[in-house]
Design a protein around this ligand. Structure first.
Ligand code: TRP
Length: 365
């Protein structure tokens, strides 16, 4: 039997998913910073809820990743709690899934250091995201360079089978797989090799003012083409009313010729769960005007209950603190056996008292 499957003493009050489980392990990491958008919902939040039904799922708020570029500490604290509340408001169930902050589980920082020994410097330098982001930084941190190693650790610590992520993360997942394989070859079978799950083509919401570019979290807050998850109903209506459309008047899905209307059709499918064909049929012969107004109402209807749940939870720091602590405990228990194997196989001496794994506890929210 592989040693990461070795039984370990049950902790008092432990409710972590069992390491023996044969169910699929799912892991995703989400950056806390930035006001989340309808695009994040379509390509992220919505997927998470769906994947949580398919196995044992871990959703990690990757606060340690957020310090690799210029950032504001007060904002990081705030956005970590904001994201937790948003994950639950959009349908993740903290009883069913493990939702936690990366910095609460020390194994992540430890794994990143250990894995840096089996990560190729050259490969890190070839990461497109590093090259792009580094051009935009006045101060270029070493952390931005080693970012993918931390991400590899996130994934590998949980013996992950499936990683739901955006297309822009393909290269990072490839690197995680390479790191896992190199470790397994050099030190013995330790990690499962994860697969990526990418959003379907078309599951990308575009900017309302510039429908050939993705709706981006990092656009200026005032950007009229970006619908934020927490926008007021009237703001949503105004943004959709001023969405650019194309010449013609037919509500027809044709991204090459009619990017504006195609985007609105896709937004409608996200909001109502209908198919593209159903939306087209419903607006056959009706023109753009009534269609745009209805898309706005559908988005308001989608977001209103999410915003209500979000505000309830975000207004209750004690409850957030309690839930984060439970998530951290479950994540600590689930990652501990793998971290233990890593140390052991790499030749580290175990202290007689045992290693004090993942001691960090959330405090002082
Ligand atoms: N780098 C990812 C992003 O920017 C976030 C991330 C960090 C992640 N660790 C992860 C995603 C582990 C999936 C799995 O989107």
């Amino acid at each position: 039997m592989e040693s990461w499957r070795k039984p370990r003493p049950q902790q008092p009050g432990e409710n972590a998913p069992s390491i023996f489980a044969v169910v699929m392990r799912i892991f995703s990491g989400i950056q806390p910073t930035g006001a989340k958008t309808l695009g994040n919902y379509a390509g992220g939040f919505r997927q998470y809820v769906e994947t949580q039904e398919r196995g044992e799922a871990f959703f990690c708020i990757v606060d340690l990743h957020s310090i690799t570029v210029e950032y504001d500490p007060a904002e990081l604290r705030d956005s970590t709690l904001n994201l937790y509340a948003m994950l639950v408001a959009t349908g993740l169930d903290p009883d069913r899934s493990t939702i936690f902050a990366q910095s609460h589980v020390a194994a992540h920082a430890e794994a990143a250091w250990l894995l840096s020994a089996v990560t190729s410097y050259g490969q890190l330098g070839r990461m497109t995201q590093f090259k792009e982001k580094s051009e935009r930084q006045e101060f270029l941190s070493a952390g931005l360079f080693t970012y993918p190693v931390l991400m590899a650790g996130d994934i590998l610590l949980y013996q992950t089978d499936l990683v739901p992520i955006g297309d822009d993360q393909r290269q990072h997942l490839e690197l995680a797989r390479d790191v896992a394989e190199r470790f397994n070859t050099r030190f013995g079978e330790t990690f499962r090799i994860p697969e990526g799950q990418y959003p379907e083509v078309g599951a990308r919401v575009m900017d309302l003012q510039d429908p050939v570019s993705k709706m981006s979290t990092s656009s200026p807050l005032a950007a009229q083409g970006v619908v934020r998850m927490l926008d007021e109903p009237d703001t949503i209506r105004r943004k959709l009313r001023s969405a650019v459309t194309d010449s013609g008047r037919e509500v027809k899905h044709d991204p090459a010729e009619k990017p504006g209307i195609s985007n609105l059709i896709e937004i409608m499918t996200v909001a109502t769960g209908e198919s593209v064909e159903e939306v087209e049929a419903r607006y056959d012969g009706q023109g753009y005007g009534p269609f745009k107004a209805d898309v706005a109402e559908a988005v308001v209807e989608l977001l209103t209950p999410i915003q209500k749940r979000y505000r309830e939870l975000r207004g209750d720091d004690r409850e957030l603190q309690r839930l984060l602590a439970i998530g951290a405990e479950k994540a600590r228990n689930a990652s501990e056996p793998t971290l233990h194997s890593m140390y052991e196989r790499m030749g580290f001496v175990m202290p007689a008292s045992g290693r004090f794994f993942g001691a960090a506890r959330p405090k002082g929210l």
